[in-house]
Ligand binder design. Sequence first.
Ligand code: HEM
Length: 443
Amino acid sequence: METNHHHPPGPHGLPWLGVTFELVKNPLGLLERMGHEYGAISEMRYWRGGRILLNSPELIEQVLVVQHQKFIKGVLLRLTAQRLLGQGLLTSEGELWRRQRRLAQPAFQRARIAAYAPVMVRLAAEQAEEWRPGERRDIAVEMMNISLRVAIRTLFGLEMKSEARAVGEALTAIMRRDLRRLRSPLKLPPTFPTPANRRAENGYALLEGMVSRIIEEKRSDGGGSDDLLSRLIEATDEEGVHMSARQLRDETMTLLLAGHETTALSLAWTWYLLAQNPEAEARLHDEIDRTLSGRLPTADDLDRMPYLAAVINESLRLYPPAYTIGRSSVEPIDLCGYHFPRDTVFLMSTWVTQRDARYFDDPLAFRPERWLEGPAPEGFRYFPFGGGPRRCIGQPFALMEAGLVIATLTARFRFRLIRKVVPEPLVTLRPRDGIPMVVEERR
Ligand code: HEM
């Protein structure tokens, strides 16, 4: 194909500012509109420059897999997550990333993860003990509570009182403030004492305090434990040197946040979807009741509940917690007939592609059956966990946790929706103002 040096098509917006206003006000709507109107490749221009949206499985595969050496993580993740995650597994590059991924990988093998199943079930059941039929709960917070305790117990080997509400609020404040600063040309210094800045700075302090406490507790428990954090503390490089305190802090923060927030969101969105789709909910109840006959689920039970797996897949299709994945080119690249210089930023949006009628029939309908009727969708029309060498290390962990938590809670409860929920696209796809629901006992 002949290389075209012009820009891909895209929304015009204003001179210099481009689509800045729309990006600040309605980023999901903007991405959707671009995918819908321009198809496989389009460009948005805003005050920081251009961003290329790729909305075709073949192009996404080129960037994440085939030509992955030509890219590093996107500027959005680097700028928003640098202070929080530093050089942790999600954000580091090159040799450092390779080494840390090798160290962490054994903790995510199937057999290891199956051993976490009883903890996942116990912590979900414990959380539900607090619920009274008829009461109103923010299901997003309840799910954060479960997944935060699961992550701390399984990855760090600690039992800590859950601080999920505070952690959730800290993350929201940080993401809201930092993303707004990134998307908007008008900004005050982060230390200027506005309420938004104060909330974000308090959020950073809370998370730093929590990570320091986790590392301190771990160091003082005498070593010899077999959890991921102990292994990272004990690991040495070829010269026998331990990880620096800074690196350990970065990995702990990364695992703490990546290990609980996305899974909690996918659980919360799943309850939200089930509450609006009573037929799917009834079919799920039936499968879980028949399989478990009133006992608690195990890892092996998950293989016997295909509809449950389909519900989770379908929820990750419609409400993918990682709603965009970004990459920056480190060398010039030709894609789809266009020539892009180095430092071009590419966005691949699970939200856009997984809701595109070219790739899924009746794309906005919640229909778990689609996962049981035909072969699984091929290639990068569905990629909630990314792809290529940087694909999510925690995918089996997240899928097992989601399945076990849903099976444990469904055995006793269902949740009724009180009001419509608006997704808020921060670094992850969060429900603005939570998901308040009424807890009902099933029997
Ligand atoms: C439903 C839940 C989850 C979703 C949707 C999700 C999604 C993703 C995605 C899309 C990526 C790739 C990002 C990119 O390529 O830029 C990623 C990476 C990562 N995820 Fe997950 N994730 C989930 C759960 C988890 C869990 C439970 C853990 C840990 C226990 C985890 C740890 C990580 C780490 C460490 C990376 C970076 C991997 C690397 O670059 O080597 N994630 N995740």
